[in-house]
Design a binder for this molecule. Structure first.
Ligand code: SF4
Length: 373
């Protein structure tokens, strides 16, 4: 079954570290964008397919009005078959999420919220360019819960300029007190072209040293276990059955179809990305192709991608699944690589294959690079 992704590129303002396809100050495009999205969805060549996940990502999808989301949901339901138990997620930011809005999202069938908190520190949030306060973050989570959401996720970050180990601890303690069942906890990555990168180069901020970031990562890992979460992907923690079903499709190499500017899609053999330019997208959506680039994935790349995506998950590589998909045992392609990484202590063998060891979690990129031939 496929997953569906809908990209909403609008934000109140651009966060300093963000290199996602998202833009502040473009509200004037919002209504036209929703119309174009509906046109693109309804003209999809995948009409009639069954989807068991739908994800509104951004940007800040919670900037859309309930009426705008209702139009998009109507186009999705008209074009695709959503399973009865489909996971329908919307990314929301605290500044645009209150109880009345959350209740209207539930009426539309949205059953999971992923709330961009990033930090519960009023000292750190302005330095990230976030427009909300720590209090607003907590209030948004509680409002969503009071509106009836039980599948709630938050995003947090560590490795931030000026952040101490105590700050990370404090965020985790607050997380533990909130009614959330999933958290994505990322280390800050300094991306090219961001205001953060420019500020660092000018000496306006200083990154914490690698040693502190490593201790913060271990702290996150240990505390989340203590708070009853299981670690199922490098940056993702869930309580009970609340793993993100949509994101899991990316890591288990399942197909997904994206709509909207810069949305990505994957059909098992090809990856493609939509246009990034909003005015061009508005002109073309629904009447001509909005695909900006398409990559046919050759057999070599297919197995490499499969391996490093699978290794992001704590369950790791399943040798039986590899053999079923690619028609040969994994040992034939990667036996020596896996043996070497096991000897280095970065991979451990499991009942069905292998996965990152506790130590390997801190060296994910090194391990993944070994699978690129
Ligand atoms: S709210 Fe999210 S998508 Fe928007 S600028 Fe900030 S990090 Fe990027």
């Amino acid at each position: 079954m496929i997953g569906l992704y809908v990209h909403i590129p609008f934000c109140r303002q651009k966060c300093l570290y963000c290199d996602f396809p998202s833009y502040g100050g473009l509200k004037r495009y919002q209504a036209g964008y929703v119309t174009a999205l509906c046109r693109e969805i309804e003209a999809s060549p995948y009409t009639g397919e069954t989807a068991d996940t739908l994800y509104f990502g951004g940007g800040t999808p919670s900037l859309l009005t309930a009426a705008e989301l209702e139009r998009i949901m109507a186009s999705i339901r008209k074009t695709f078959v959503l399973t009865k138990d489909a996971e329908i997620t919307l990314e929301a930011n605290p500044e645009s999420l209150d109880q009345a809005y959350a209740a209207s999202l539930r009426q539309l069938g949205i059953n999971r919220l992923s709330i961009g908190i990033q930090s519960f520190s009023d000292d750190l949030l302005p330095g990230l360019g976030r427009v909300h306060t720590a209090g607003a973050g907590k209030k948004a989570v509680l409002a969503a819960y009071d509106a009836g959401f039980r599948n709630l996720s938050i995003d947090l970050m560590y490795g931030l300029p000026g952040q101490s180990l105590e700050d990370v601890d404090c965020d985790l303690q607050i997380l533990d007190e909130l009614p959330v069942v999933h958290a994505s906890i990322y280390s800050l990555i300094v991306e090219d072209g961001t205001q953060l990168k420019a500020g660092l180069e000018k000496g306006r901020w200083h990154l914490p040293d690698a040693d502190l970031v490593e201790r913060e990562f271990r702290e996150v890992h240990e505390k989340m276990h203590r708070y009853g979460y299981h670690h199922y992907e490098i940056s993702s923690y869930a309580k009970g059955p609340f793993e993100s079903r949509h994101n899991s499709k990316y890591w288990t190499y399942e197909p997904y179809i994206g709509f909207g500017v810069s949305a990505h899609s994957f059909d098992g053999h090809r990856r493609w990305a939509n246009l990034a330019n909003i005015p061009n997208y508005l002109k073309r959506a629904g009447t001509e192709s909005v695909v900006a680039e398409c990559l046919e994935i050759d057999a070599k790349r297919l197995v490499e991608d499969y391996c490093f995506l699978a290794l992001r998950r704590r369950a790791g590589l399943d040798y039986g699944d590899y053999a079923r998909r690619f028609g040969r045992p994994i040992e034939k392609d990667f036996g020596a690589v896996i043996d070497g990484l096991v000897r280095e202590g970065l991979l451990v063998r499991t009942e069905h294959g292998c996965c990152l060891s506790e130590e390997g979690l801190g060296y994910g990129n090194y391990v993944f690079s070994k699978f690129i031939r």
